[in-house]
Design a protein around this ligand. Structure first.
Ligand code: ZN
Ligand code: ZN
Length: 478
């Protein structure tokens, strides 16, 4: 690798590819080995700052600190060399990382925190189990588990959520669905308001860090304020789980600035690739060679496809799956508003589904939709971007594509559940971008052109209302 990074990779065509190695990611034990640092039970175990853990109840705890003394690249290099020469522990450094000669961004800037391990598999899981074990009565645990088990998700979610009692089999994807979508609306019912509002700080911060710059340049600053408040007050609600992984969340603002949103940084893809080889290897111990070989095969197959593009049916955006439903009075009236012709039955064509950029929206007249509920969308009309409803059907009229939507109007703000909480004001703006409380029944219908549909939603149905939350980003490996 060191040779490649100096010489580059020459090819037969004469181009010499230069390799730039941007960063290192992985779970905490892997990173500390790769960079020769003390493990997370040690006193100076943070790679980014000089926080000193506190030893309590046989565990190392990391309490909130307002100002972090960060390790600079120069100090990092100096202390790790000193540790290498003296063979001692210098502020957590045990030596010079063997990777430091090949990475093009200096340590510790090149370290990318893997939110899949740190936030999902560790912190989210710990907190959910803590609440389940300490705050809920046995009957409530059963109720909550049933809610997690039965909550519908769009059909393209390969995994949904998992009941807490089955957490030993829980996958990172399931924890992600819980953290970003299902946890807050469902667990809120069982928690004291202040505790639920405190948890909402974490969920909102993670939604901001996970997605695109929803509130422009302030995105990571707002997320960090929420995270800091959550961390600062963590001991008010949880005992003895202020672990190193919680401390690492203090660095998410810098990580977002340097490397982008968390949805681009998770190691879901790499883990499943390596997991696939670990499960399917046939006797060989040379996993590296096997991975390279399969990469080459994959590369060849993908490249060959390009030669035959004309043979592959192109799936274009638009309406499909036509339906021969009768044109009802509402559509007739709609037609007269949209079109001048006098033959609505010829003019209007009804469709069940709509494809846009590989995302397929269903409608209520699509009968094979099962329980996936991907007909519930966020859409805009007349400058209002936060409208929600269920798509009854799609139709074309006068060469334009329309959706007929049963609008569910807003009942109240999601943060109204936390009106009495001291966190209400800090949650007010960001949390209401992600969760909406709607009336249970629809009272009006909207006709919009399909380009006004902005996102798919996950819907939580309660006895007197719906809570909906738009998807965080259109694609992340699961
Ligand atoms: Zn730190
Ligand atoms: Zn017409």
């Amino acid at each position: 690798m060191a040779i490649f990074s100096i010489l580059g990779i020459p090819t037969r065509s004469g181009i010499n590819y230069k390799i730039l190695i941007y960063g290192i990611t992985g779970d905490c034990p892997a990173i500390k080995l790769a960079i020769k640092h003390v493990n997370h039970q040690g006193y100076w175990c943070c790679w980014f700052c000089y926080i000193r853990g506190v030893h309590i109840h046989h565990k190392r705890q990391y309490y909130f600190k307002k100002e972090l003394a960060l390790r600079s690249a120069a100090e990092y290099a100096l202390y790790s060399h000193e540790a290498e020469e003296t063979k001692t522990n210098i502020y957590g450094h045990l030596g010079v990382s063997p990777l430091s000669v090949i990475i093009d961004v200096p340590l510790p800037r090149c370290l990318v925190i893997d939110y899949m391990h740190v936030s999902l598999l560790r912190h989210t899981r710990t907190v959910i189990q803590y609440i389940y074990g300490n705050f809920l009565k046995p009957k409530q645990r059963e109720e909550l588990d049933e809610l997690f088990r039965n909550q519908p998700f769009p059909h393209f979610f390969n995994r949904k959520m998992r009941p807490v009692k089955e957490f030993s089999y829980c996958k990172a994807t399931e924890l992600r669905n819980m953290l970003l979508y299902g946890l807050l609306p469902l667990i809120r019912l069982f928690l004291p308001i202040e505790c639920a509002a405190h948890l909402a700080l974490y969920v909102t911060a993670m939604r901001l860090f996970h997605g695109p710059r929803t509130i422009g340049n302030d995105t990571e600053t707002v997320a960090n304020e929420l995270m800091a408040m959550y961390y600062k007050h963590h001991t008010l609600f949880y005992e003895n789980i202020q672990n190193f992984v919680l401390h690492l969340h203090s660095n998410f603002m810098d990580q977002y600035r340097l490397h982008g949103s968390l949805s681009n940084l998770g190691t879901f893809g790499q883990e499943s690739l390596i997991g696939h080889f670990a499960n399917n290897r046939n006797g060989t111990r040379n996993l590296g060679q096997l991975i390279i070989n399969n990469y080459n095969v994959d590369f060849t197959i993908v490249n060959q496809l390009h030669h035959h593009l004309s043979d592959v049916p192109v799936k274009s955006n638009g309406l499909f799956d036509s339906h021969d439903a009768l044109i009802n009075n509402f559509l007739l009236k709609t037609h007269n508003d949209l079109c001048f012709c006098d033959n609505a039955n010829q003019c209007i064509r009804i469709y069940c589904r709509h494809r846009i950029d590989a995302m397929i929206y269903h409608s209520l007249i699509y009968h094979r939709r099962g329980s996936s509920k991907i007909y519930f969308v966020q859409y805009s009309k007349d400058n209002d971007k936060n409208l929600f409803g269920a798509i009854e059907l799609f139709f074309t009229c006068n060469k334009k594509n329309y959706a007929l939507i049963h609008n569910h109007s807003s009942k109240h703000l999601f943060t109204d559940y936390f009106l009495s909480s001291k966190y209400h004001s800090i949650l007010l703006k960001p949390l209401n971008m992600y969760f909406y409380v709607l009336n249970l029944t629809s009272t009006c219908r909207d006709v919009i052109t399909v380009d006004n549909i902005s996102n798919m939603c996950i819907v939580f149905t309660f006895c007197d209302s719906l809570v909906v939350t738009p998807l965080s980003c259109s694609y992340e490996h699961d």
